[in-house]
Write a protein that binds this ligand. Sequence first.
Ligand code: SIN
Length: 283
Amino acid sequence: MTSLSIQPTDGPVGAFVSGIDLADAPDPATAAALRTALGKHGVLFFRDQTLTPEAHIAFAQTLAPIVINRFFTPVDGYPNIAEVRKEADQKTNIGGAWHADHSYDQIPAMGSILVAKELPPEGGDTLFAGMYAAHDSLPADIRDRIAGLRALHSSRHVFGADADHRKDPDVDTGDRYHNARAATQDVWHPMVIRHPLSGRKSLYVNPDFTVQIDGLPQAESDALLALLFEHAKRPEHIYRFEWEPGSIALWDNRATWHMALNDYHGHRRLMHRITLAGVGLEG
Ligand code: SIN
């Protein structure tokens, strides 16, 4: 087994992993150690890696089967790698609002592996928010109120034919999204889940995809979701990751949210993302 070093960040979520060259797929014991660390820290960061698309796929497959994102344009020749791209002349980016990938799926993705391919000279950091901390720091009455409740997650308003961004003439998604007709997923998940790897309680609602709390009138549901979103994105729950050439982030979508900062207009940013299959979620 590789001798891994796992150093927590100075923030509330995430750890830096060293002592591993991901150009060679990890052996099963190392992959198991990475999965455990991912469940504990929520995000793992790797520096100074050189990952071809083939090595990216091989690394992913040691952790979990790959699930293809239905809406992102894939990398040419690699249908299971999604392109996360903003061109120099585009104003909007992909993933620029807080979210957890694929929460609109019946079996939401366990995680995602994002590899930096082309970075702007400055900016383009990614924020991660820790959902264990967000849950545990809620006022007790709110924690009690949401325990046992379910919320609806949907892909329609983000990726569908009537998606909000399609109505905004200032939004230039270009060829970055496709397959709007596949945006038919609506699914109920517990608002607080027992994390499948760590066993910890995690807040499982997110601003991009969660649209309704079961059993509450829409206005009450909107107000409670807004309160939870404001709470979860408080600075004490967030870690800001600065990308460098050779950086990789592996995050757990059941323990974190993420948001890509869009502060590098006039420059290109290109990342490759693979999404990893998860398991059914329980409260
Ligand atoms: C994403 O939301 O998957 C993209 C995150 C990023 O580009 O930093």
